[in-house]
Design a protein around this ligand. Structure first.
Ligand code: GLY
Length: 436
């Protein structure tokens, strides 16, 4: 029996754990901190560990005590905090970019500067360490612009501003009010690109890589693609516009130049690289990089993979991805609808502000797992065994079906059974496209 440690606490981490145990009958997944609500005899959570601890030592000790064969770090915070470097220094086999390579996500300025140096297409930009020159800049260049935290806020902290007033408000929220924390110390202001957003996920092992299926993500918080950008209210896979030509353009125009730049800078990238791109005419522009898989994209991409994922990871570690047979995928559709903690009478809820915690979650026992699977995010189990809310994206209800329509029906049939104080979700995932 092989054992793996997955470091994460989101629906993405649960989807990784599920991918291992579903495709490899001989693996045990230690999931840290994970979520105790997961009922699987080969997924073992460690809720006493803190994913946000800047010191990786407790997590490394846990891995050494367990004697795991492999560690996979899925969450951006431990990646930015150098957990991969610490696992590696302790002699563990680990998948995930080290601290230097994780800067591709943890500093947007770093990535924009890399693009500029290596001729990778991206929107024109300036960055600022103080609000006054940032405001002066937007008054000078006018709108529309995009205002972003330099530091990764996991899909939050990005404002697409159609007017100068909106841009000034975004700068004040990020840099003065610090609504998104210390990441607001530096902001990037870039031209708004007009085109079609395309997301690509790649499993990278140095110079080798394997493309994962594309997915459609819903970054806006409200129905009709309204409301602020957030980490994603839902997703679906397969992508209706994924073709060999689309993937080939990404390889030629973006991935290969990017990996060449990464190598030229002395970075050794291992793990999932998520490239968020904008197609303008026939040219792909880089919007940003996530140095890990997306959430909720993982929850719809991973269920399609049927290849033994432990073997895939072994190939990543042994630098033999080029000799791996193509990833085996099911043709089924998967649709994720995120059940989020909205307003509860006291808190405005996610993503608008503080979120209420500790609200009992009802209805999970009524789900039909053949039609709708749950992935746990901001949820935890109390001493009395009750499942309660504990964050913004509480649960992901993932419907499966032979068609997109059937998967949508199964996801919404599932979420209709779930209840907690302040539950909020989009009602149009898969029904409207995020670019409409
Ligand atoms: N869904 C966007 C992200 O994972 O950052």
């Amino acid at each position: 029996m092989r054992s793996v440690l997955v470091v994460d606490n989101s629906g993405r981490g649960h989807a990784f754990a599920d991918l291992f145990v579903r495709t490899d009958p001989d693996v045990v997944v230690h999931y840290a901190p994970g979520c105790e609500a997961i009922e699987h005899d080969r997924i073992v959570s460690a809720p006493w560990l803190d994913l946000y601890d800047p010191d990786p030592a407790p997590m490394v000790r846990h891995a050494l005590e367990l004697g795991v064969d492999l560690v996979l770090v899925g969450h951006p915070r431990p990646l930015a905090n150098g957990y991969v470097d610490a696992f590696r220094a302790a002699g563990l086999a680990v998948i995930g970019p080290d601290r230097a390579a994780a800067r591709l996500e943890s500093s947007k300025v770093f990535t924009k500067d890399l693009c500029a140096e290596y001729g990778i297409a991206t929107a024109a930009y300036r960055w600022f360490d103080a609000p006054e020159p940032a405001v002066e800049h937007v008054r000078e260049v006018g709108a529309p612009v995009v205002v972003k935290c330099d530091y990764s806020c996991q899909g939050n902290g990005v404002f697409v501003c159609e007017t100068v007033d909106e841009a000034v408000e975004a700068i004040e929220r990020l840099m003065v009010a610090r609504d998104f924390g210390p990441g607001g110390a530096r902001v990037v202001i870039e031209d708004k690109l007009v085109g079609k957003e395309q997301l690509f996920f790649v499993l990278v092992s140095g110079e080798q890589y394997v493309m994962l299926p594309m997915a459609v993500d819903y970054p806006r918080s409200e129905d009709g693609n309204e409301g602020p950008m957030c980490g994603g209210m839902g997703a679906f896979c397969p992508h209706p516009e994924e073709t060999p030509e689309v993937v080939d353009r990404f390889r030629r125009q973006m991935l290969e130049p990017l990996l060449a730049a990464v190598r030229a800078e002395g970075m050794d990238y291992t793990g999932v690289l998520y490239a968020d791109c904008m197609l303008v005419g026939d040219r792909l522009y880089l919007i940003e990089i996530n140095a890990r898989m997306g959430d909720p994209e993982a929850e719809v991409v991973f269920p399609r993979i049927t290849s033994d994922f432990t073997e895939v990871c072994a190939a990543v570690l042994e630098r033999r991805l080029d000799r791996l047979p193509p990833l085996a995928l099911t043709d089924e559709y998967f649709v994720d609808v995120a059940a989020t903690q909205g307003p509860d009478g006291v808190h405005p809820g996610w993503p608008y502000g503080s979120v209420g915690r500790g609200h009992p979650v009802r209805g999970l026992a009524d789900l039909d797992p053949e039609r709708c699977q749950v992935f746990y995010g901001g949820a935890r189990v109390m001493g009395d065994g009750a499942l309660v809310t504990d964050g913004g994206k509480v649960l992901h209800l993932v419907g499966r079906g032979d068609t997109l329509e059937q998967a949508i029906d199964h996801a919404y049939e599932g979420i209709a059974k779930i209840g907690f104080t302040g539950i909020r979700y989009r009602t149009d995932i898969g029904k409207v496209m995020p670019w409409e």
